[in-house]
Design a protein around this ligand. Structure first.
Ligand SMILES: C[S@@+](CC[C@H](N)C(=O)[O-])C[C@H]1O[C@@H](n2cnc3c(N)ncnc32)[C@H](O)[C@@H]1O
Length: 230
């Protein structure tokens, strides 16, 4: 894995920055949020989970504490160095082929909204390739209209501010998003390419890889459970 920045993605601020523009130290500071509980409620107790794009283990660690066996994958070794209690694999998601299948494959953090349609399909293909019979793919996608009416700002109770500063169309339905994370002692920024996915577009992308939506796990339909298409 090189340290090359992926097209259209960039990050600034202290410490190591991943190829997709994420700051490692920033992710060590972010609270886990509701995501691990959403995942835990959607998979059987003790399940073997493949977590794609695990970062520093923000979701991995609560999942391990829930009693799941987690294999955590990331293309950033600096991110993986923070992961505890799980098997770690240093790889791009697109090229991952562990020769093993899992009860659940998690593709969170809006990776499915990548601006590059070929990359999105490669991510979903990796999910399908590692799915055990009867298993589930758990996807987190962006909510509808998330990047309209910017700038917007949210002050987190943990003591930092997240600003979604701008969303600029760059063609073919893709937007370049610029975000800031401001802490009392440091500021990080991230620029990334985002392609909104309607229900129909997501259905079509999943179908290409032999998958189909089984359920929406949250009222805002951002968390999706998919299974092998019948
Ligand atoms: C936004 S961070 C989120 C990390 C973690 N899921 C969380 O919620 O804290 C995205 C992570 O996915 C990794 N990543 C993004 N695209 C990837 C790819 N195509 N292959 C492997 N890792 C990737 C990045 O290195 C980064 O650690």
């Amino acid at each position: 894995m090189g340290t090359n920045t992926r097209t259209g993605r960039k990050g600034t601020g202290p410490g190591a920055i991943t190829p997709d523009g994420c700051a490692v130290e920033l992710y060590t500071r972010l609270p886990a949020g509701a995501e691990p509980d959403i995942i835990a409620a959607a998979v059987p107790a003790g399940a073997r989970i493949l977590e794609l794009g695990c970062g520093v283990g923000r979701m991995t660690h609560p999942l391990v504490a829930h009693g799941f066996t987690v294999t955590a994958v990331d293309e950033s070794r600096e991110m993986l160095d923070h992961v505890r209690g799980a098997r770690t694999v240093h790889s791009s998601i697109e090229l991952l082929d562990l020769g093993q299948q899992f009860d659940a494959v998690v593709l969170a953090s809006f990776l499915v909204n990548t601006g590059d349609a070929d990359e999105r399909q490669a991510l979903l293909r990796t999910c399908a390739r590692h799915l055990a019979p009867g298993g589930r793919v758990l996807l987190q996608r962006e909510g509808q209209g998330w990047h309209t009416n910017l700038p917007s700002e949210r002050v987190d109770p943990a003591g930092f501010t997240v600003r979604m500063v701008s969303s600029d169309p760059v063609g073919d339905g893709v937007n370049s998003i610029y975000a800031e994370y401001e802490f009392p002692d440091a500021t990080w920024t991230q620029t990334f390419l985002s392609r909104p996915l309607t229900d129909d577009q997501l259905d079509a992308a999943l179908a290409q890889e032999g998958l189909a939506v089984d359920a929406y796990l949250t009222d805002d339909r951002t968390w999706v459970c998919a299974r092998r298409a019948a």
